[in-house]
Design a protein around this ligand. Structure first.
Ligand code: ACO
Length: 382
């Protein structure tokens, strides 16, 4: 947490000017409590992540994405809840067909959500039914775009398949095996919610103006698209490719750190302990029927990286973060790295929409203040 900043003496106003603005200011709102929420707890010091009080590890082991999303929206645990992918409205399909094949998948998803919102009557306040509808829509949209850009026709959703299984079916044209579907479902559970991060805050700000849930999700996707937030699991894949082999890891890591580079998949702003999401995803990756290509190398490189980071930063715990094993799982279920951020966005729909519902239930327009640093009042040049 940064100290709240007060103005420096040099910024004191000249005689006759308004009094200096001495209210505290925290760049990036760091350390500012901007909401109360009963949805999730991110306990960075102890490496805990709870959804509605339940530890993420238990939810991954015993839950499904549908049940977890329902838990986030309603606060109730119904492990047998199901959710299938929804069919695409014609307007959405037409728009996706018009996009260049070079469109970034996050842009395609954001555009599809916007068109979807324009074709719905989305009353305020947002409801769990609206949350379910948009969460069931988006995987179909991303899968359709994933096919169109490869010159393939979209595949209609199969209502007998669960959301994550149905997403892979619509993307690839055939049903995934149970282990693959289960692994991606676990990834969705782990990615569903993570406190008042930038995209979730965006969703709450938009909802607080009494705008609709599709606008909130569009804005959230836009915020998540930025590399400082959406993370870069694909960069973990690049890193493992460059490391190449376990024998080469020590030398490669030391040389990278000597050049001032950061190891992708390590360190976190909030977690000082091992990221519980990374631990859950490592277990998932290890239990996949077909062992992911990168898994063994990832485990070996992780051991070396943790040891070297501890030696170099004895005072600052730098542990494995979620991106490290997310990359392994996403690659293991056959997704290409350019689909990683937008797949993360699909998973985060549950959290964004849960926060939209919670924000609306005790709504107050979010309107922070700012400290003016421009010129004092003056006349235009003659
Ligand atoms: N590799 C090497 N050194 C690191 C790493 C890393 N991954 N992370 C932090 N450090 C070092 C910094 O160099 C710095 O050292 P110094 O004090 O000697 O200058 C010290 O640790 C503190 O770094 P900060 O940037 O202040 O730490 P912060 O908590 O702000 O950073 C962040 C968090 C951005 C995630 C950082 O750990 C990082 O860049 N990690 C690599 C990228 C990554 O894995 N991103 C995914 C994060 S998870 C997510 O987004 C969902």
């Amino acid at each position: 947490m940064t100290d709240l900043q007060t103005p420096s003496p040099s910024s004191a106003p000249a005689a006759g000017a308004p009094a200096a603005d001495t209210r505290p200011y925290s760049p990036g709102l760091e350390g500012v409590v901007a909401a109360e929420s009963a949805i999730g707890l991110v306990d960075g010091a102890n490496g805990r992540l709870l959804y509605r009080g339940y530890p993420i590890g238990q939810l991954v082991r015993h839950g499904s994405y549908a049940a977890v999303a329902d838990l986030l929206w309603t606060g109730e645990w119904h492990p047998d809840v199901r959710m299938a992918c929804a069919p695409l409205p014609l307007q959405v399909l037409r728009t996706l067909r018009e996009l260049p094949s070079t469109t970034v998948p996050m842009d395609a998803l954001r555009t599809a959500v916007s068109v979807w919102g324009a074709s719905q009557q989305l009353a305020w306040p947002p409801t769990p039914e609206q949350a379910r509808a948009i969460t069931a829509f988006s995987p179909s949209a991303l899968a359709a775009f994933g096919r169109l850009r490869r010159g393939l026709e979209p595949v209609d959703p199969d209502p007998s398949l669960d959301l994550v299984e149905g997403f892979l079916y619509q993307l690839n044209g055939d049903r995934p095996d149970a282990g693959t579907a289960r692994a991606l479902d676990a990834y969705f559970v782990v990615g569903a919610e993570h406190g008042l991060n930038a995209s979730t805050f965006t969703a709450r700000v938009i909802t607080a103006t009494r705008s609709d849930i599709a606008s909130a999700v569009c804005g959230a996707i836009g915020a998540l698209k930025g590399p400082l937030h959406g993370g870069a699991p694909s960069e973990v894949v690049d890193q493992l490719t460059r490391v190449g082999s376990a024998e080469h890891a020590e030398q490669w890591i030391n040389e990278a750190l000597d050049r001032g580079e950061r190891l992708m998949g390590f360190g976190h702003r909030v977690y000082r302990a091992y990221d519980p999401r990374a631990a859950a995803l490592r277990t998932v990756a290890e239990s996949m029927d077909v062992r992911p290509k990168w898994l063994d190398l990832a485990i070996q490189v992780e051991d070396v990286a943790l040891r070297i980071l501890a030696e170099r930063h004895p005072d600052r715990p730098l542990k494995t973060n979620v991106e490290y094993y997310a990359a392994t799982v996403l690659q293991g279920v056959g997704l290409t790295p350019d689909l990683f951020p937008s797949t993360f966005a699909l998973a985060r729909h549950a959290g964004w929409t849960a926060h939209a519902i919670e924000q609306a239930a005790a709504n107050k327009l979010i309107r922070p203040d700012m400290r003016y640093t421009g010129p004092q009042e003056r006349d235009l040049p003659a």
